[in-house]
Write a protein that binds this ligand. Structure first.
Ligand code: SF4
Length: 748
């Protein structure tokens, strides 16, 4: 199996410093750049608009990573675009540009409208824009003909107003980007431990004896996590990484905040790297548990925390019998591992008293994601590794407030208790029927059951699967509206009429009635904390997300609403008071969030008071799924480069993987390349196969990489067109971006 030349070279180091300075210089210049970086993730500063890795209580001067610096620089760029730019760029021509080029054009400075039949965006006043939107909504035969999409960058305050507006308007059509990422985590965890969130704090990483990292690439997607892992390693904690790709960030980390790190000396991260085949997580976890049960048989009381199992769990015996019935050779085949490798992982687990399991989309975007995540919980419950210091589950969110948005009501299936409180506090009867999730919303647009699509942030058309189908669906709409900071592909795939409403970024000062406002976010560890920008807004014509939502509500409801939208727009403390009235755990919100570190939302699972029907954590048994492919087929997973944040492309290099200047590449095992008579750089047509349907994308050049045989990878979102809309995870309906069956043909 081939190995890229630089695989063992530590990530970050001096290179991270160089990239941070390069992007900062390029986008903001030194003065503005340094001023910005001084405020990111600081007590009185703003929250990084990147991932949701938490900030330590004691902040360092430079409390950001290379990618955080990129997120901040690109949002605070000096480049601006408005009506003048769009006057010279027809939408059809903009559509032909790359996502990277679109990202480079700059911040949106004024509201824009693309009238029906026109190929151009033109300036529109805020009043007219909100009026057009209101007319379109009020003309609908049913409120369910509208969809209100949310991206994970949206603050708690804006998200709460948005769900309030949609529900007062009469629908629960509130899909969000979590449907594409950690929905599987929420669904799996809620069923077995009674909460959809992680149960650990950052401090728990200081006490763990072992950390499992599954389907996650922290080196690029949660880089400050490496500092936490480095500290754990130095304490003697053991780290097991489970991933089809030997990501360099899981091999070695050179901390750029340390001299030796700047000199390129790295700290080894993984003690054991299990390079599984695509989709091999479930088999690997079952194998580790089966090995542990055999160890327990040989030395009773060594592995299983019987006291915990007897008092705090249910269904252990069923699972034990199931695991004992499994066949080792099938486990080896489906995991892509040798039994000895699995045993090595079991031995590390067996010697650890406190174990944390972390995961990301490499786990959540598979057909059996929910079952696999529940197998992680099964494994942790074996040793009582939940609800104690140094142990627990840690789904690491990839968007700074994707968890917070859900907490304050962004969901298509709200709990009845939440709707009851909303009704009590705001005096209207909210809709009770389940709304549309992201996949269903796309189908409903295609079938013209949805006519108005509104997106609060994000890049819907790029983030979603089945690109050609999704684009066609959006074009069926009467009106599409994007609330955005920068130009992206979703502005170019529009309904008959389209609006762009420019909003403030995280880095910018938000004045309402000349009073500075702050917003709040919730990180992966359920810490709610404040974020306050300090830069002058890019223009007087941009508005904050809460102000935009309140403006839409005023335009739609006029004086017919009992909700005091203006009071909430003028002072976000009022929004937080309403959140405290409606959402459990936010009592005294304004006072508590004024503390620099914020506060942790309560969760029974953190103290073993599981909020399940039985009050116990549930062991669950899941079949050993067989992921089989034909002789001429491969498994493909979509991945992110080190130079992107979700759909935002900062550059064409992916330096940790050795890819330069290209995003249309297919990573492929060297032996597989040779067997097909292919060669490095050769252009291929990739065709996905799903229930008799095929989807093809051409022009992906072969890049030899250390992958298991018959496993390949290509970049998200370029390869999203291969992901069938119908190919989703059981129960959570998350698209299966991480395992698609494909065939490869040379492009003639
Ligand atoms: S680790 Fe995530 S939140 Fe922290 S600075 Fe980097 S991108 Fe931002």
């Amino acid at each position: 199996m081939g190995r890229p030349k630089s695989e063992s070279k530590p990530v970050a180091g001096f290179g991270a410093l160089v990239q941070t300075m390069r992007h900062t210089l390029q986008e903001t210049g030194i003065a503005r750049g340094v001023q910005n970086l001084r405020h990111v993730n600081q007590d009185s500063g703003f929250d990084c608009p990147g991932c949701a890795w938490p900030d330590p209580e004691k902040r360092s001067l430079a409390e950001f990573c290379e990618n955080g610096a990129k997120h901040v620089a690109h949002e605070a760029t000096r480049k601006r675009i408005g009506a003048e730019f769009f006057a010279s760029w027809p939408v059809s021509k903009l559509y032909q540009q790359s996502d990277h080029w679109l990202e480079q054009q700059g911040r949106l400075t004024e509201p824009l409208c693309k009238p029906a039949g026109s190929d151009y965006y033109e300036r529109i006043s805020w009043e007219d824009a909100l009026e057009r939107l209101a007319v379109a909504l009020c003309e609908l035969e049913s409120p369910h003909e509208a969809v209100f999409y949310t991206s994970g960058r949206t603050s708690n305050e804006a998200a709460f107003l948005y769900q309030l507006f949609a529900r007062e308007f009469g629908t629960n059509n509130l899909p969000d980007c979590s449907h594409m990422c950690h929905e599987s985590s929420g669904t799996a965890l809620t069923e077995v431990i009674g909460t959809g969130k992680g149960t650990v704090s950052l401090a728990d990483f200081e006490h763990a004896d072992a950390i499992l990292i599954l389907g996650q690439n922290p080196g690029s997607n949660h880089p400050r996590m490496l500092t936490t892992l480095q500290a754990a390693k130095r304490r003697g904690c053991k780290i097991i990484s489970i991933n089809p790709i030997r990501e360099r960030g899981l091999v070695s980390f050179a901390n750029p905040k340390e001299l030796q790190g700047l000199l390129g000396r790295g700290t080894p991260i993984s003690d054991l790297f299990l390079q599984i085949r695509v989709g091999g997580d479930g088999a690997t976890l079952k194998g580790i548990m089966k090995e542990l049960l055999e160890m327990e048989q040989r030395a009773p009381g060594i592995i299983l925390d019987r006291v915990f199992i007897d008092h705090h769990t249910e269904n252990f015996d069923d699972l034990q019998a199931h695991l004992q019935s499994l066949d080792w050779s099938e486990i080896e085949t489906q995991s892509g591992l040798e039994r000895a490798e699995i045993r090595a992982a079991a031995e590390i687990y067996a010697t650890a008293k406190r174990v944390i399991a972390c995961w990301a989309m490499g786990l959540t975007q598979h057909r059996h994601a929910v079952a696999n995540i529940q197998d992680i919980v099964n494994l942790l419950l074996f040793g009582g590794n939940i609800g104690i210091e140094g142990a627990g589950v840690c789904p690491v969110r990839g968007h700074s407030n994707v968890q917070g948005d859900r907490t304050v009501g962004i969901t298509q299936k709200p709990k009845p208790a939440f709707l009851d409180r909303l009704s009590e506090v705001f005096g209207f009867e909210p809709p009770r029927d389940e709304g549309l999730n992201t996949v269903d919303a796309i189908r409903a647009m295609q079938e013209r059951r949805v006519k108005v699509f509104i997106a609060l942030g994000g890049n819907f058309v790029a983030a979603t699967p089945d690109t050609a189908y999704t684009e066609e669906a959006l074009r069926q709409c009467k009106l599409t509206v994007q609330v955005s900071t920068k130009l992206n592909r979703s502005h170019l795939v529009t309904g008959r009429e389209a609006l762009i409403l420019p909003c403030l970024g995280r880095t910018e000062r938000d004045l309402q009635n000349d009073q500075p406002q702050f917003v709040t976010v919730e990180n992966s560890m359920s810490v709610v904390h404040r974020s306050q920008g300090h830069l002058d807004p890019v223009s007087d014509e941009v508005r904050s997300e809460p102000a935009i939502v309140a403006g839409i509500a005023r335009a739609v409801f006029g004086d017919a609403s009992n909700t005091d939208w203006d009071a909430m727009r003028c002072n976000y403390d009022v929004i937080r008071e309403r959140i405290a009235d409606v959402v459990p755990g936010f009592d005294d919100f304004n006072a508590r969030v004024s503390q620099s570190v914020g506060f942790v939302l309560p969760s029974g699972a953190r103290t073993r008071a599981f909020e399940t029907a039985s009050g116990k954590a549930a062991f669950t048994k899941h079949p050993l799924h067989r992921l089989e492919i034909e002789a001429d087929q491969y498994l493909l997973m979509t991945i992110r480069s080190h130079n992107q944040f979700n759909t935002t492309i900062y550059g064409l290099d992916d330096r940790y993987r050795g890819v330069h200047g290209d995003r249309h590449v297919i990573f492929m095992n060297e032996r597989d390349i040779a067997e097909r008579g292919f060669h490095e750089g050769q252009a291929l047509c990739i065709t996905s196969h799903f229930r008799g349907e095929t989807r093809s994308l051409s022009g992906f050049r072969i890049f030899p990489y250390a992958l298991p045989s018959r496993c390949t990878a290509a970049y998200f979102p370029e390869a999203n067109g291969l992901v069938p809309l119908g190919s989703t995870a059981e129960k959570s309906h998350t698209p299966t971006y991480k395992s698609i069956v494909v065939t490869l043909d040379p492009v003639s």
